[in-house]
Structure formats: structure tokens, C-alpha cells
Design a protein around this ligand. Structure first.
Ligand code: NAD
Length: 253
């Protein structure tokens, strides 16, 4: 077996939520694995660009607000201009709103569902249409969560959206696997990013979570890099519809 099957050389990857956190980690890992990377974000991705350009990798920034579905044709058009085609789509951008279920507003519910669930489907659909037409296949990696498996506390919209992401990953794989499109997901455990900042600041919750993680520490963006590269590579050609937990053993408890 050649390790070349794990290489992303010659591939173009689009990662949403590329300016920080797990998305930034995936962008850097993909560039290190040889891909040209397009990062979609609301804000400047300069930090991500600097990290990638430091080892002469190629990074292109695409500013777009993913709460607005009208940006989709623009994203596809601009992304395809970079190298003619996107080969790998990572639906990473996501938001979380913590609130007692009884007090969740419709506005907050919709904002979480729109970015974490609806946009994941619509972007997957938009890129898959091109891949179905040119018959060259593609890879979709969705970022799920422990709350694709569990209920969580005070995050009902987030749990609903991430449970949907795991279901959608299977549904799309069932339709597209025979067209050379791999749809899979990664379910990160508790990772030290902006997403969990409030949780980590809450002494009691932070201690409860940490004491339940068999690895004994919060995860980092680097911890999901290997799985993200693997699922985007030819080494994962026969993996379809699966959600890989990268969770320090959380689900094993
Ligand atoms: P983060 O808050 O650091 O990053 C979220 C990213 O999404 C940012 O790049 C942000 O700019 C982007 N984003 C949010 N709203 C957007 C919008 N309207 N338009 C464009 N981009 C937008 O958090 P993170 O931990 O890096 O989260 C990345 C993904 O991982 C999310 O889907 C999150 O739900 C998921 N996740 C995180 C954890 C964790 O413990 N950190 C665990 C499980 C899943």
C-alpha cells in the first residue's frame, strides 16, 4: 500500500468557517496534505492564510455570510474560478446558542437551524450538482457533534441541527455513493475553541465535562486534522455515510 492514497495533492478543498477554530485547523491540515484551500468565512481569514502561506501552501479567502442562502451561487462560482473545480467540501461553519428550552426564541432557533442544518444541505446540493454533471466525484465532510448522539443541556436547536447533520450525511451518501461522491461526517468531542468558550468559563460544567473525557483533556483543532484529511483522501474511497467521533473517548463512557 502506498501512503500516496492519503495525499490531497492536486485537490481543491473548500472549508466553511475557515477563520478560526476547527475550520482553521482543517484548512491548515489540508494544505499540509497538498490541497489548495478555499476558506469561506464572514470575517477575514488572514490568520489562516498566514499559517498556510508560512509553508508555501495555497489559500484563497471567500467572504460570505452563511446565514443568507442567496450567497450560494456566488460561493460556487467564485470557488470554481480558483482551479476550475472544487473536489472536497467541508461543511464546518456552525453556531450554538445556550438557553433554557422554555426560553428559546424563534429567531435563535431559526438562526441555528439555518446555518448548522439548512446551509449544510444546500451547499452540499450545490457542489454535488456539479459533481454529478461532470461525473468526477467529490468528497463532502460534515462537522457533526457529540449532540448528534446525545441530547445536551440548554442547546435544543444545536442538538436538533447536529442530529440532522448525522442523518443528512447518511441520506446524501445513499443517493450519491454510486456517483463517486463520499459523504461522511466528523463528530468532534469537546474541543477548546470559541464554540465552547462559555462552557469552559463555567467552572462547574467545565469540571463535569473534563472528568468525563477518558483522554483527560479538551480536544484541539489539530486533533481532528488526521481524520479530516483521511476522509477527504482516496484512502476513504469506500467509506460512505459514516460519522467518525473524534472525542477523546467521550462516547465510550
Ligand atoms: P468557532 O465558533 O470557533 O467557529 C465557528 C465558525 O463558523 C467560525 O469560522 C465562524 O466564522 C463560522 N460561522 C458562524 N456563522 C457564520 C456565518 N453566518 N457565515 C459564515 N461563517 C460563519 O467554533 P468551532 O468549535 O471551530 O466550530 C466549528 C464546527 O465544529 C461547528 O459546526 C461546531 O458546531 C462544531 N463542533 C464544535 C465542537 C467544539 O467543542 N468546539 C464540538 C462539536 C462540534
Amino acid at each position: 500500500m502506498s501512503l500516496d492514497m492519503f495525499s490531497l495533492k492536486g485537490k481543491t478543498a473548500l472549508v466553511t468557517g475557515a477563520n478560526t477554530g476547527l475550520g482553521q485547523g482543517i484548512c491548515v491540515a489540508y494544505a499540509q496534505a497538498g490541497a489548495d484551500v478555499i476558506g469561506v468565512a464572514r470575517r477575514s481569514c488572514q490568520e489562516t492564510a498566514d499559517k498556510i502561506e508560512a509553508f508555501s501552501g495555497k489559500f484563497t479567502e471567500l467572504i460570505a455570510d452563511l446565514s443568507d442562502v442567496s450567497v450560494i451561487p456566488h460561493i460556487v462560482e467564485e470557488a470554481n474560478k480558483v482551479n476550475g473545480r472544487v473536489d472536497i467540501l467541508v461543511n464546518n461553519a456552525g453556531i450554538i446558542k445556550r438557553c433554557d428550552a422554555a426560553d428559546v426564541t424563534m429567531e435563535d432557533w431559526d438562526s441555528v437551524i439555518n446555518i448548522n442544518e439548512k446551509m449544510v444541505f444546500l451547499l452540499s446540493q450545490a457542489f454535488a450538482k456539479g459533481w454529478l454533471a461532470d461525473e468526477k466525484g467529490g468528497k463532502i465532510i460534515n462537522i457533526a457533534s457529540m449532540l448528534s448522539y446525545q441530547g445536551g443541556i440548554r442547546v435544543p436547536a444545536y442538538t436538533a441541527s447536529k442530529s440532522a447533520v448525522m442523518g443528512l450525511t447518511k441520506a446524501l451518501a445513499n443517493e450519491w455513493a454510486c456517483h463517486g461522491i463520499n459523504v461522511n461526517a466528523i463528530a468532534p468531542g469537546y474541543m477548546a475553541t470559541n464554540n465552547t468558550e462559555n462552557l469552559r468559563k463555567d467552572g462547574q460544567r467545565s469540571e463535569e465535562i473534563l472528568s468525563r473525557i477518558p483522554a483527560g483533556r479538551w480536544g484541539t483543532p489539530e486533533d481532528i486534522a488526521g481524520t479530516a484529511v483521511f476522509l477527504a483522501s482516496e484512502a476513504a474511497a469506500y467509506i460512505h455515510g459514516f460519522t467518525v467521533a473524534v472525542d477523546g473517548g467521550w462516547l465510550a463512557r
